[in-house]
Design a protein around this ligand. Structure first.
Ligand code: DC
Length: 229
């Protein structure tokens, strides 16, 4: 399909700064920001609410088939709408965070999410962030970034975010939780987290958000120029 705007893929492990960076890049370029982790969190919330005790039941398929997830740009952020209801806050709860890696390893869940992400992104003008965007969702993305940061930097950032919400956290526990999620996300059979061969690695441990955003925006502008749009 011909398009005159880029598809930008940003992948990387938990708390590597993908969301804030993707949001900044999308704003500067006038692109749509698609937080695919938020989609996996929303379906996880629905499955938790359904009371299923284990995540391999056939009922998962029917739940996935009857679920509608929308990402709606609102001011400077994204609202996550699950079956018509705003769940932007709920999907960040510790319960959802603890379960999301297990739910996102299920093939039927991934297939539905990937189809939807391809539908949303295929015209271009999008910044998609997640774990498998450059490897599975859009292997032909125009620009692929793989963001990494030290475990210390990632836990510290997560702590700042949670502090700002008035939630008390322990830095060591946050490091453990991030390590556990990385391990699960990287070792699953279905589309594990890995850097695409043609992705540019960006270590954000010592970068500011502005520097991260600028790095990607400048690459995007060079590419757009080369493509003549
Ligand atoms: O980016 P995040 O931490 O909000 O993502 C939550 C979880 O969703 C993450 O632990 C793994 C899963 N995920 C995924 O499997 N594939 C994606 N493209 C995005 C997220």
């Amino acid at each position: 399909m011909s398009k005159d705007k880029l598809i930008i893929a940003i992948d990387g492990p938990a708390a590597s700064g993908k969301s804030t960076t993707a949001k900044g890049v999308a704003r500067k370029l006038g692109y749509l920001h698609i937080d695919t982790g938020a989609m996996y969190r929303a379906i996880t919330l629905k499955i938790l609410r359904s009371g299923l005790q284990e995540f391999y039941s056939k009922r998962i398929t029917s739940i996935v088939d009857s679920t509608r997830i929308e990402l709606v740009p609102a001011n400077s952020s994204l609202k996550v709408i699950l079956d018509g209801v705003d769940v932007t806050e709920e999907i960040r709860s510790p319960e959802v965070t603890a379960a999301v890696s297990s739910v996102s390893a299920i093939r039927d869940v991934r297939q539905a999410m990937v189809n939807e992400q391809r539908r949303m992104g295929r015209e271009g003008g999008v910044v998609l962030e997640g774990r498998d965007i450059g490897t599975v969702v859009f292997p032909d993305a125009d620009l692929k970034i793989y963001m990494i940061a030290s475990i210390e930097a990632r836990a510290q950032r997560r702590k700042h975010e949670l502090d700002a919400k008035g939630l008390e956290t322990d830095l060591n526990e946050l490091q453990d939780e991030i390590r556990r999620r990385d391990e699960k996300d990287s070792s699953r059979d279905e589309s594990p987290l890995r850097k695409a061969d043609d992705a540019i690695e960006l270590d954000t441990s010592d970068l500011t958000i502005e520097e991260q955003v600028e790095f990607i925006v400048s690459k995007a502008k060079t590419l757009s120029g080369a493509k003549g749009f």
